[in-house]
Ligand binder design. Structure first.
Ligand SMILES: *Cc1c(COP(=O)(O)O)cnc(C)c1O
Length: 395
């Protein structure tokens, strides 16, 4: 049965992914099951999305209730779930204003527009520049792709939006060297995800923030992957006390319902996008907003962040033990439940063997295995994971 669906998928879908040869059918807690009923321990959670685990009853019931009530209405009208979701998101982030989107990339698009508008309102210039980072990933739409520091993703699609320069993460001098009177924004992921799991250092965060304040440049932090409790803080920047002017969130924000948001401080919100400047049909519709609202409730009620802080050091220790034991594993990098193991070789074969052995893992670049499990994993799950991973390593 799986084989037939896979063949049909390859006939019907545009081939933009080299997919693993399984058809996933259902989930329960931290486990997924394919159509043949085979069980997998999931250390990917749909790439840092399904934080609460599969089949969460309270979450599912909230969605069902909202479906029966109202799924969609236009942003030309108010709806209660969006107000609730926005209030909770403001509280969780400490930011002041919310714009809901359908995806991470769409949040990045809005953030870029807001930053350019802020600069435009100051001096009327139309050639403002953005500084982004090498090895970054911000999504596949044109604005997001334009600030993605991986030429491989961009090349065939040039020209990009323009006036984007790339500095090196955690290299403040490389940022400083690119700043001029046209710079309107400095943009990076607080922990780089796709680029290979590279956390920003406290020093880099503070230096960039000071530079931004001095020159009235906006700091844009992409928290799409590293946000929502994954690092042991609701948003990774909260660890450093370095608050962005605009922040992007998505992925675990909806725990599977496609949502995102960009959030602004009042200072920026008061001098950037205004009525008519930006919009989206679905963003913050009642169904999407009910998902966000419930996710934020469940984070609080379930003490998810405390749980991350309890289980993450255990994961780190277990991964560090693998680094010690195997010469071909070079290094562990990461924060909280966003970890990477850097190998001296491509990891695709290892991930494939792990899959066959019932463990779902994903790479971050060719030679890094990434660990972004549901935030509700236990130490026993970590033990099970490292057991299967070890059995999947080369001799
Ligand atoms: C996934 C991701 C995006 C893009 O989000 P989509 O929902 O896929 O558009 C942007 N930035 C980061 C850091 C991401 O991990």
């Amino acid at each position: 049965m799986m084989k037939q669906y896979i063949e049909e998928a390859e006939e019907a879908l545009l081939h933009t992914y080299n997919r693993y040869q399984i058809v996933l059918d259902r989930g329960e807690g931290v486990h997924l099951y394919d159509l043949d009923g085979k069980e997998y321990l999931d250390f990917v959670s749909g790439i840092a999305v399904f934080a609460l685990g599969y089949g969460n009853e309270a979450y599912n019931n909230a969605l069902k209730a909202q479906i029966d009530k109202l799924i969609h209405t236009s942003n030309y009208y108010y709806n209660a779930p969006a107000v609730e979701a926005a209030k909770k998101l403001k509280k969780a982030s400490g930011m002041d204003r919310v714009f809901f989107t359908n995806s991470g990339a769409e949040a990045v698009e809005g953030a870029i527009k807001a930053a350019r508008k802020y600069a435009y309102l100051k001096d009327g210039a139309k050639d403002h520049e953005i500084i982004a980072m090498e090895h970054s990933f911000h999504g596949r739409t044109y604005g997001a792709l334009s600030v993605t520091g991986n030429p491989k993703y961009r090349e065939a699609f040039e020209p990009m939006i323009g006036n984007v320069k790339f500095a090196r993460m955690n290299d403040f001098e490389s940022v400083e060297a690119l700043v001029n009177e046209k710079t309107c924004a400095i943009l990076f992921e607080t922990v780089q995800g796709e680029g290979g799991i590279y956390p920003a250092t406290a020093e880099f965060m503070r230096q960039v923030k000071a530079l931004c304040e001095e020159r009235d440049i906006l700091l844009l932090l992409d928290e799409i992957q590293c946000g929502m409790g994954r690092t042991g803080y609701m948003y990774a920047w909260q660890k450093f006390g370095v608050k962005p002017d605009i922040m992007m969130t998505a992925k675990a924000l909806g725990c599977g319902v496609p949502v995102g948001a960009f959030l602004l401080t009042e200072k920026v919100a008061a001098h950037s996008l205004t009525s008519g400047d930006h919009g989206t049909t679905y963003g913050g519709n009642p169904f999407a907003a009910a998902a966000i609202s419930k996710v934020l409730d469940l984070f609080e009620e379930g003490h998810i962040i405390d749980h991350v802080n309890e289980v993450a050091p255990y994961l780190e220790r277990k991964l560090d033990a693998l680094v010690e034991k195997y010469s071909f594993i070079k290094k562990r990098r990461g924060v909280g439940l966003m970890q990477g193991l850097a190998f001296d070789r491509p990891v695709q074969g290892i991930i494939q063997r792990a899959l066959e052995n019932g463990l779902i893992l994903i790479n971050a670049g060719p030679d890094v295995i990434r660990f972004v499990p549901p935030l509700v994993i236990t130490k026993e799950d970590v033990d099970a994971m490292t057991g299967i991973l070890e059995a999947s390593l080369p001799e």
